[in-house]
Design a protein around this ligand. Structure first.
Ligand code: GLU
Length: 421
């Protein structure tokens, strides 16, 4: 236990335990799902621009494949640990199951401050990682994608490296690739789109809709930016955004296009300056007087030390694991809705699934058709989670617990018919 309370992995396992009990599943289900099936550690030597070799350590955690190939992103971040990667891989198993995808869960990570690498060094590292993992991944085995610190360019290098080893093009081994390399245009914004769809559906139940509701977003990477973009398109007013350095707040609303331009030009949204706008920290953004809060950066930012200060009535987890288990109990008692990661940020992996289906067929849908398919899957999950939550009792059970029961149900049934338990 850290000062903030449970670690990310402890929070995940606590919820899993509770979901196993709530669903009445045998104890073996917890025994199996509380550990990954396989952990791969790789050490990747990279010749740096200064001529010296630097060795980077990375992982791929293959958590469970009862429902299909392992699926989940690859994180490049200086502070990644194996424990964090296990937690992320575990959440992927539940996220994929919850959304009805034919996948198990996995997650990769490399301990690196990618912002300090040159483009060539980053390419070497990405290719080295794909090479090291080549025997363990593939379109029918394990399908990685981006996560924090990785993007379509990195997927392009990785799919190219893997294809060289295979001796032919293998589009379906990584998802969220550039459009020209068998990607789909929806994937760029799909996680943020899913965040907004979940927020909109919850807002209908809470307030009759999103119209005019104020939103604060922590994190202005792919998820935070596109989440803000779609929330605004759906009628909400985005009043605060931050990135890793800090951010800006304007109670009357921010001009997102201008904020994005400042971020792209100067590296941080903090340099955005407009009348009525003030600077805020990453702690402050969580405690602003807004209707909707979107933590879209890293885990454990909402913890027992600040949960009581949160004023939003609706929290939409763009990030994986931003709320600790103890914080969630506090929020739940206060009647705050937390739309959990495995549901609220699933737009990314659901879209990855559609891209993978396209890749396996070598056949592509247009943008509108793809987005409609994505939205249909997200709405189906939303309705199933709400039904399950109502059945289990909204005052006794959190939305996350209901979503976990819904997910574990599929995994349990798959493991049972396979004869694993
Ligand atoms: N990294 C994303 C997630 O946490 C997407 C994973 C994927 O597309 O496979 O869900």
């Amino acid at each position: 236990m850290s000062l903030k309370g449970a670690t990310f992995l402890e929070s995940v396992l606590q919820t899993l335990k509770r979901a196993t009990e709530l669903g009445g599943y045998p104890q073996e289900v917890y025994e199996i799902l509380s550990r990954p099936q396989r952990i791969i550690t790789v050490n990747i030597p990279v010749r740096m621009d200064n001529g010296k070799i630097q060795v980077f350590t990375g992982y791929r955690v293959q958590h469970n494949n009862a429902l299909g190939p392992y699926k989940g992103g690859i994180r490049f971040h200086p502070e990644v640990t194996l424990e964090e990667d296990i937690a992320l891989a575990t959440v992927m198993t539940f996220k994929n199951a919850l959304n009805g995808l034919p996948y198990g869960g996995g997650k990769g990570a490399v301990a690196v401050d990618y912002k300090k690498l040159s483009k060539r060094e980053l390419e070497e590292l990405s290719r080295g990682y794909a090479r090291a993992l080549a025997p363990f991944i593939g379109p029918e085995t394990d399908i990685p994608a981006p996560d924090v610190g990785t993007d379509p360019q990195i997927m392009a290098w990785m799919v190219d490296e893997y294809s060289k080893i295979a001796g032919h093009n293998v589009p379906g081994v990584f998802t969220a690739k550039p459009v020209i390399l068998w990607g789909n245009p929806v994937r760029e914004y799909s996680t943020g789109f899913g965040v907004a769809v979940w927020a909109r559906e919850a807002a209908k139940k809470l307030w009759g809709g999103l119209e005019g509701k104020t939103v604060a977003v922590q994190g202005f990477g792919n998820v935070g930016y596109w989440g803000a973009y779609w929330l605004e398109k759906m009628g909400a007013r985005v009043v605060a955004v931050t990135d890793s350095k800090g951010g800006v707040y304007n109670p009357n609303g921010l001009n997102l296009t201008e904020v994005k331009a400042v971020k792209d030009k100067t590296g941080t949204v903090m340099n955005y300056d407009a009348p009525g706008t003030r600077k805020i920290t990453n702690d402050e953004v969580l405690e602003l007087p807004v209707d909707v809060l979107v933590p879209a950066a890293l885990e454990n930012v909402i913890h027992r030390g600040n949960a009581n200060n949160i004023k939003a009535k609706l929290i939409v987890e763009g990030a994986n694991g931003p709320t600790t288990a103890d914080a969630e109990q506090i929020l739940h008692k206060k009647g705050i809705w937390v739309l959990p990661d495995l549901a609220a940020n699933a737009g990314g992996v659901v879209m990855s699934y559609l891209e993978w289906v396209e890749n396996l067929q070598w056949y592509f849908w247009d943008e509108e058709e793809t987005r409609n398919r994505l939205e249909r899957i997200l709405l189906d999950t939303f309705n199933r989670v709400m039904n399950r939550w109502n059945k289990l009792g909204t005052s006794q059970v959190t939305i996350r617990e209901a979503a976990y029961v819904e997910a574990v149900d599929r995994i349990y049934n798959a493991m049972k018919v396979r004869g694993w338990i």
